[in-house]
Design a protein around this ligand. Structure first.
Ligand SMILES: [Zn+2]
Length: 404
């Protein structure tokens, strides 16, 4: 919510009145000078929504506070009013802390709905940072959300493949639940989330391939040139269930410079719904965007979410570090998914990450069935994946025992 600064207010006082960690309050207001808050200035306070309340006969601020279970000092901080001058019919603002769901998870995402939901979250939790890291072939934004202040940087992405967008829902649900847990103080599976804000910086790219996802979940785009291109790649069929590629028929997870030539020689030689590695490595803006992000941030761990198979790929050419196995065993324990070290495959995002950085990188294949997995599997898949997300918040082994 927005808060108008009244006399005597400091960030420290606001942090204590509203029970918001000072660092999160400061991060929510990056363009203000913390030591020079001006009266009348508007700042953002995370975790709160505002409701209007009309004063009734017999009300006092005290009774309003009691009846709505909102501390009096919060009401006073939110309303520049003289409590003795309240009249029946006056409207005041009540700050209400978020303790329930603010997003719906009832259908697969399009890129537009993703954008709406990301803006909703940023509005309610202004300490998270949302930025556009690149654009797709159709010029749709690719977003990264970061949250936290820690030295350890964990990256998770979803929907590299068009018909695997349930992975976007899983990432969004985790982001939503993590933020809700910070607000409400309710732990997730007995793990209290508050400690992680200062220890871990989470980077999430929920939808790497927005054009492809929209093709599956929305149908053919309006742009006639693109329609013609897509139909010719798809043999004039309007059934896109098999489509994994980006909108011009390049498989984005076959685009990375990790023995790309091997894949290029044995796979499709022209644009296809799947398995065409492209004319050269990182030829596609979506793949290039993700490579740039990794090079900029130098993550400590990366997870790329795909569907399906309930397995976790964790090795590449013996270049993976020893701890990659320890971590993947934990993923397996909490999810029931099977770790697989090597497959005959190259040029994937995690292959390239392991090759370049020698750090733990994973491809997680969520769920079981035929892609695109129906949304009815979402709850089950989220439950399986949640443990993996929680394991990722720990960089010391002993924390893992707490995760079930
Ligand atoms: Zn995939």
């Amino acid at each position: 919510m927005d808060l108008v600064i009244q006399p005597g207010m400091t960030y420290y006082r606001i942090s204590s009145i509203f029970n918001v960690p000072l660092q999160q309050l400061l991060n929510a207001n990056p363009y203000t000078n913390p030591s020079m808050l001006r009266i009348g200035q508007v700042i953002k306070v995370p975790y709160y929504q505002t409701h209007s309340y009309k004063i009734q006969s017999g009300d006092t601020l005290w009774s309003v506070s009691q009846n709505n279970q909102i501390p009096l000092d919060q009401i006073l901080a939110t309303n520049p009013i003289d409590p003795y001058q309240l009249r029946v019919g006056d409207t005041i603002t009540l700050p209400v802390r978020i303790n329930n769901d603010i997003l719906n998870f009832d259908q697969l995402y399009t890129s537009e709905r993703l954008e709406d939901d990301l803006f909703t979250l940023v509005n309610q939790y202004p300490f998270i940072s949302l930025r556009e890291i690149g654009r797709s072939v159709q010029n749709k934004p690719i977003y990264e959300v970061s949250i936290g202040e820690g030295d350890k940087h964990v990256h998770i992405n979803g929907s590299f493949h068009a018909n695997e967008s349930i992975t976007t829902s899983v990432i969004m649900r985790f982001l939503h639940d993590y933020l809700l847990s910070l607000s409400s103080g309710e732990p997730i599976r007995d793990v209290n989330m508050n400690a992680f804000y200062d220890q871990i910086t989470l980077s999430l790219v929920p939808m790497v391939n927005p054009d492809g996802v929209d093709l599956i979940n929305q149908g053919l785009p309006d742009d006639e040139a693109i329609r013609d291109l897509v139909l010719s790649i798809n043999n004039q069929s309007t059934n896109f269930n098999n489509w994994k590629a980006n909108i011009r028929g390049v498989d984005l997870n076959n685009q990375y410079p990790a023995n790309w030539e091997i894949e290029s020689n044995r796979k499709r030689q022209q644009p296809s719904p799947r398995n065409y590695p492209g004319p050269y490595p990182l030829s596609e803006p979506e793949a290039k965007t993700m490579a740039n992000l990794v090079e900029e941030k130098g993550f400590d761990r990366v997870l790329a979410l795909h569907t399906q198979g309930e397995v976790i790929y964790w090795g590449y050419e013996g270049l993976e570090p020893r701890e990659a196995q320890t971590i993947v065993n934990e993923y397996g324990r909490v999810s029931g998914y099977i770790p697989i070290r090597y497959v005959d495959s190259h040029a994937g995002f995690k292959d390239w990450y392991i090759q370049e950085y020698r750090r733990p990188g994973y491809t997680v294949e969520l769920g079981r069935g035929t892609n695109p997995l129906p949304f009815s599997q979402f709850d089950e898949i989220y439950e399986e994946t949640l443990g993996i997300f929680l394991v990722n918040l720990f960089f010391e082994k002993r924390g893992w025992d707490r995760i079930k």
